[in-house]
Structure formats: structure tokens, C-alpha cells
Design a protein around this ligand. Structure first.
Ligand code: ADP
Ligand code: AMP
Length: 214
């Protein structure tokens, strides 16, 4: 099974992807995570992407599509893919179709996480993650059970993304509205889009996604 989780920054794509990885053994393909790893490693891609990401703008279609191509090439054929944060433009959506065909895969579901824009700023400015294992948290909506200790690995080191500030979030939302939302009608025409209320609790959203995937 191959699915796209589609929604603006802060909609809950990463949070729900982790659960699908854990519950169903699928693989999360997050171009944002791949780019952050490239920035951290100081690769040529990372060096190119850093300032664009810090500004909240979109990295080039070629760069992110090559990252996805490489990940699909390295995956076993029986492992399902969760596309998280890709595709983000009409060109990327078209390239994804080509990449899926190249790797003998097809798209089963596009799950749209629908959220109020007002809530997104709060979600994103409250987001942090474990510096060791990457588990995602939120200051108020989803803090670790024991303050300062990661539920998953016990680490006491946490980090925040440099682009998770109010100003950059506004640009990222504009990018979503202008460039990403327009890819939805194409998928709707194929009858593979299901809308989920992303304002519900994390567990409720997981339950809705489970119901869609069966
Ligand atoms: P995305 O990957 O779409 O950018 P995340 O999964 O990183 O979004 O979620 C953004 C922030 O909102 C995180 O801090 C996460 O803990 C929190 N969050 C995710 N889903 C929900 C939800 N349904 N209700 C409240 N907070 C949520
Ligand atoms: P994310 O982790 O999905 O919030 O992405 C963080 C940042 O990485 C975005 O604001 C973009 O700068 C960049 N990025 C991630 N995925 C893509 C993509 N598919 N296309 C273009 N830029 C991307």
C-alpha cells in the first residue's frame, strides 16, 4: 500500500506517519526529514537547501524528487510507502506518478488532513522532538509523560526546528495554499482522496486513518 498524507505544515503528517510505521511496518518518506539530514551532514544538497528551508520556501522539484527516487529504489517491494510532505507542487505530483510506475508501485490513498489555519501556528511554535530518536511532541497538546524525558527512548535532549517560528510558518502556509493545495483536484478526479478532520485528537485522527486503510 502506498499513501500520501497531505496537509499544511503542522497538520499532523509526521505524527500520524510514525504511528503507521509502528503499527503497519510502512516506511515514512518525509522529504523534510531527508533535507534536514542533508543540511546536518553538510552535503551539497543540504548546502543548497538550507537557506530556502530557513525562509519557509520550497526547495526545487528536482532535488526533492531525486531524494524520493533514491528512497524508493532502496525499499523492499513489499514495504508500503507513506509520502509525508511530498508531493508539494503539481510538477512533483506528476513526477511522483512517474516514479511510482518506475518502481512498480501505485497510489492507493491520498489522505487530506484538514486543519484550521489559526491552530497551525500554535501547533508549529509548540512543536519539539527528541534529539536522539526524533519522537515528536508538543508543549501542550502532546508533551512527554514525564517532563523532560522522551517516552520512547528515555533521552533528556530535545530540539526545535529553526523554521518553526511564527514568521516562517506564515510563508510556509502561503506556499501550501499557492502551490500544494492545487494538486488535490487531480487526485480527487481519480477518486482516491479522503478528508480527515485533523483538528481531532491525535488518537482520533489515527483511528480515522485506520478506518480508511482497513
Ligand atoms: P506536520 O508533519 O504535518 O508538519 P506534525 O506531525 O509535526 O505536523 O505536528 C505538528 C505539531 O502538532 C507537533 O508538535 C504535534 O505533536 C502536534 N500535533 C499533531 N497532531 C495533533 C493533533 N491531532 N492535535 C494536537 N496536536 C497535534
Ligand atoms: P517539512 O518538514 O515537510 O515541514 O518541510 C520543511 C521544509 O523543507 C519546507 O518548508 C521546504 O523548505 C522543504 N521541503 C520539504 N519537502 C519539500 C518538497 N516536497 N518540496 C519542496 N520543498 C520541500
Amino acid at each position: 500500500m502506498n499513501i500520501i498524507l497531505l496537509g499544511p505544515p503542522g497538520a499532523g503528517k509526521g505524527t500520524q506517519s510514525s504511528r503507521l510505521v509502528e503499527h503497519r511496518g510502512m516506511k515514512q518518506l518525509s522529504t523534510g526529514d531527508m533535507l534536514r539530514a542533508a543540511v546536518k551532514a553538510g552535503t551539497p544538497v543540504g548546502l543548497k537547501a538550507k537557506s530556502v528551508m530557513d525562509a519557509g520556501e520550497l526547495v526545487s522539484d528536482e532535488i526533492v524528487s531525486e531524494l524520493i527516487d533514491a528512497e524508493l529504489a532502496a525499499m523492499g517491494p513489499d514495504t508500503g510507502a507513506i509520502f509525508d510532505g511530498y508531493p508539494r507542487t503539481e510538477v512533483q505530483a506528476q513526477i511522483l506518478d512517474e516514479l511510482l510506475a518506475k518502481h512498480d508501485r501505485s497510489l492507493d490513498h491520498v489522505i487530506e488532513l484538514a486543519v484550521d489555519e489559526d491552530a497551525l501556528v500554535e501547533r508549529i511554535t509548540g512543536r519539539f522532538s527528541c534529539a536522539n530518536c526524533g519522537t515528536l511532541y508538543h508543549d501542550t497538546a502532546n508533551p512527554p509523560v514525564q517532563e523532560g524525558v522522551c517516552d520512547n527512548c528515555g533521552s533528556t535532549e530535545f530540539k526545535r526546528r529553526p523554521d518553526d517560528n511564527e514568521e516562517t510558518v506564515r510563508t510556509r502556509m502561503q506556499e501550501y495554499r499557492a502551490k500544494t493545495a492545487p494538486i488535490l483536484p487531480g487526485y480527487e478526479a481519480r477518486g482516491i482522496v479522503t478528508r480527515v478532520d485533523g483538528m481531532a485528537s491525535i488518537d482520533e485522527v489515527t483511528a480515522s486513518i485506520d478506518a480508511i486503510l482497513g
